[in-house]
Write a protein that binds this ligand. Structure first.
Ligand SMILES: Cc1ncc(C[n+]2csc(CCOP(=O)(O)OP(=O)(O)O)c2C)c(N)n1
Ligand code: SF4
Ligand SMILES: [Mg+2]
Length: 479
């Protein structure tokens, strides 16, 4: 009996190990889905041009979110239409790499509409493959910017109406009006003839990138029989009869030949380059720090107060000191509109063990600089935990008897003793050293101050603040 042998591109993994479910040799796409066809065309082009080893494939949100299950190359997943921004960073950092931004219509034209517009307008030297199936496939068929007029989706149950939801958005039409893009083409993943055209377009886009010719964009009209609720065998006809009249298959712009080839520099980076780029000290000071057996174990810390009180900086300093003392450490700032005047907080974890998440929910330690922070976070301190709060500003009493709470005048000490109220955060740092029974010591904190204090003339002030904080904490703990 004759045997049919399908060749799988080498740029695909042989077995899709990362994919869930039993069958690791097939993709998760529905029968008849356009994503699989476009994946194949891209993988084959990567094989034929020898690109696998230096391609970075950026997948979106949408059904193709899991493209990294399949492509055996560098993979990054950048949700919510941000793939062109991530691609920009990747390509600029390593111009010689081939960077692919692969996106659906919800992701590219809807959620991240501005990202693609700006990347195209900058002429980033990336290749964007845009799968237009006129619907949000992954989430069960909501209306996309490319949904056709009259088309029923879960969010346009009576059919899209121009007066209500606007007109189907032509991304090729839009992007080809820009000066920067070198190549913009729309293809259709329907019959053999059109798939061969799509194959050509994919190759052209990738080749142009390899040759340093600028931004390339290929839109592929693709079937989503599942959410169109069209039988698979009719889906291609649906593309031809319904999609193509609105989204004509054609070459919108091709300036590849006339563009100058830009030399693509080959760059690689090691840890030393990162240190140099961040302007960090190359050698760590020799710290004679010995961990205290009495110290709070693996503290999860929340620092909270008004924006502008140095709350986030204190959190960063705690994490840096933790690292310098040889622990694992994380710092998660909570930015918001509150940065100036409202409340700000950050999560810090310091641990002898690797840290699974930087989030702190119930904390071992709360360092609070205002009343609202006490109201919000004191109830979340674990029984047996520690609360240090600025008694100069907090007019609350801590009602809990199952935690140790110390009200210390951080701001008053900074203001009156050091002549600068802004140093209250490092007064609190001193108090933490003492009240945590030596998670790290003063020497460790001194050594990280140059890393976290930008103005060098403020370092000495903050050293004195740490010493003052230690003093007032010792007095409070002794009484
Ligand atoms: C901010 C945000 N909004 C919505 C979602 C839900 N979501 C997941 S995929 C997706 C869009 C998928 O549509 P499309 O980009 O067209 O991809 P397809 O599945 O059709 O290939 C959305 C809205 C989300 N994850 N995050
Ligand atoms: S839901 Fe649609 S886009 Fe998603 S895998 Fe199925 S056919 Fe493809
Ligand atoms: Mg879609």
């Amino acid at each position: 009996m004759a045997e049919t042998i399908f060749r799988k591109a080498k740029s695909f993994y042989d077995i899709y190990e990362r994919k869930g479910g039993a069958n690791k040799e097939v993709t998760h796409y529905c029968p008849g889905c356009g994503h699989g066809i476009l994946h194949k065309l891209i993988a084959e082009a990567m094989d034929d041009f020898g690109l696998k080893e230096h391609t970075v494939f950026i997948s979106p949100v949408g059904c193709s979110v899991f493209a990294y299950y399949y492509f055996d190359c560098g993979n990054i997943q950048a949700p919510h239409g941000r793939a062109p921004a991530v691609a920009t960073g990747m390509k600029r950092a390593n111009p010689k790499s081939v960077v692919i931004s692969y996106q659906g219509d919800g992701d590219l034209a809807g959620i991240g509409g501005n990202e693609i517009l700006q990347a195209a307008n900058r002429g980033e030297r990336i290749s964007v493959f845009f799968v237009n199936n006129a619907i949000y496939g992954m989430t069960g068929g909501q209306m996309a910017p490319t949904t056709l007029l009259g088309m029923r989706t879960t969010t346009s149950p009576h059919g899209r109406k121009a007066g209500n939801e606007g007109y189907p958005l032509g991304m090729c039409e839009l992007l080809s009006t820009l000066k920067a893009p070198a190549y913009v083409e729309r293809v259709a993943l329907t019959d053999a003839k059109h798939i061969m055209q799509a194959r050509k377009a994919v190759r052209k886009a990738l080749k142009a990138q390899v040759d340093g010719k600028g931004f390339t964009f290929v839109e592929a009209l693709a079937a989503c029989p599942t959410n169109w609720k069209v039988p698979t065998r009719e889906a291609n006809r649906w593309i031809v009869e319904m999609l193509e009249p609105v989204f004509p298959v054609k070459l919108f712009k091709d300036e590849i030949e006339s563009r100058e080839s830009e030399a693509l520099e080959d760059r690689t980076y090691g840890p030393a380059d990162v240190v140099a780029a961040l302007d960090l000290p190359t050698e760590e000071p020799d710290i004679a720090f010995v961990r205290s057996p009495q110290a709070i174990k693996d503290p999860q810390i929340k620092v909270a107060g008004f924006g502008g009180q140095g709350v986030l900086l204190l959190g960063l300093a705690l994490a840096q000191a933790g690292m310098r003392a040889g622990y694992h450490a994380t710092w998660l700032p909570s930015y918001g509109p509150e940065m100036r005047g409202g409340t700000a907080n950050c999560h810090v974890r310091i641990s002898e063990h690797r840290i699974g998440t930087p989030l702190v929910h119930d904390s071992d330690v709360l360092i609070a600089f205002n009343g609202p922070s006490i109201d919000k976070f004191a109830p979340m301190v674990k029984p047996g935990g520690l609360i240090l709060y600025d008694s100069s500003l907090v007019d609350r009493t801590i009602e809990r008897s199952d935690v140790k709470a110390y009200g210390l005048p951080f701001t008053e000490v900074a203001d009156k003793e050091l002549g600068n109220g802004k140093a209250s955060n490092f007064v609190a740092m001193g108090a933490f050293i003492v009240a945590s029974r030596g998670v790290f010591d003063e020497g460790v904190v001194k050594s990280i101050l140059p890393l976290v204090i930008k103005r060098k003339n403020m370092i000495e002030l903050n050293e004195r603040a740490v010493a003052a904080g230690m003093r007032i904490a010792r007095d409070a703990l002794a009484s």
